[in-house]
Design a protein around this ligand. Structure first.
Ligand code: KMH
Ligand code: ZN
Length: 276
């Protein structure tokens, strides 16, 4: 069977970084939209979006999500995927709020983990509340897997019809407190997925590059961007999200893997597409 084109997701900011970590971090709505559009023009099909308030703090405010989304979609036709994770400790109501904008896609984290010094809490009640809100707003879920047991939760909740049979997961590997970024972990997780599921990998920090290479070769999909890794190589900051995306495009070309447009990504994942 022919390998599907590679879906590149760009996660340009996340909830944890500041300009002190990297001066290249896009923070304001204009900076975020510019970074997202540049990443899409470089080859990304999906933008995984967190936003910040006027003070640069992680926020789930609907008005900011709306502003950034409008600015992105005015300039390109990518899939905008909202974070429902927010920052560790964000109250559930805030996490759910941006779903009212009915984004094409949003994340759904499949369990609780230590997240560095904090706890990223996702009890089964939380997971079900987010899944319910997504269903009522017609939002397609990307299931975030930070540790191996979370795939068992996916299988159990799938049997209870919380997700469609054809679901999409993102393995986020290398979070301090979650499953590490060893290639064997990726193989183990991939082997446990049902055939109908599609998968992507987001390697944290130094794991981003090797896991990206392996995912391209294995027929999976990849996420890059500052949320997960701010370095281009050891000791050298990446100067933009787009340059991380461009490197993935070059790697895909060397490995003879086509890169998916947003329309192809919708088909591969099974998204119905944007109305209108
Ligand atoms: N910021 C992390 C604690 C998501 O976007 O859904 C959670 C996170 C997951 O980034
Ligand atoms: Zn995120």
């Amino acid at each position: 069977m022919e390998t599907a084109p590679l879906i590149i997701t760009c996660a340009p900011i996340g909830a944890e970084l500041t300009k002190e970590d990297t001066p290249y971090l896009p923070v304001t709505p204009d900076e975020l939209a510019e970074a997202a559009v540049n990443a899409v023009e470089a080859g990304a099909a999906i933008v995984h979006l967190h936003v910040r308030d006027e003070n640069g703090r992680a926020s789930q405010r609907v008005d900011i999500f709306s502003e950034v989304t409008e600015k992105i979609l005015a300039r390109c036709d990518c899939i905008v995927q909202y974070s429902t994770g927010g920052a560790a400790g964000t109250p559930l109501g805030d996490r759910l709020a941006p779903l009212s904008l009915e984004p094409e896609m949003a994340t759904l984290s499949m369990g609780t983990i230590n997240f560095g010094a904090e706890v990223f809490e996702n009890t089964e009640t939380t997971i079900q509340a987010i899944a319910t809100a997504m269903k009522s707003h017609h939002v397609f879920a990307e299931l975030e897997i930070f540790d191996a047991g979370m795939l068992d939760s996916v299988a159990r909740l799938r049997k209870q019809h919380w997700f469609p049979e054809r679901y999409h997961v993102d393995f986020v590997l290398g979070v301090p407190g979650g499953l590490g970024g060893d290639l064997r972990n990726l193989m183990f997780l991939r082997d446990r997925l049902p055939r109908a599921a599609t998968w992507s990998v987001a390697g944290i920090g130094k794991y981003q590059l090797p896991l990206t290479a392996h995912a391209i070769a294995m027929g999976g999909h990849v996420r890059v961007g500052f949320e997960d890794n701010i370095y281009f190589r050891k000791g050298e900051l990446a100067t933009s999200n787009a340059c991380l995306v461009k490197r993935v495009v070059r790697m895909a070309a060397i490995l003879d893997r086509a890169v998916a447009s947003p329309a192809e990504a919708r088909r591969i994942i099974g998204l119905p597409g944007r109305p209108g």
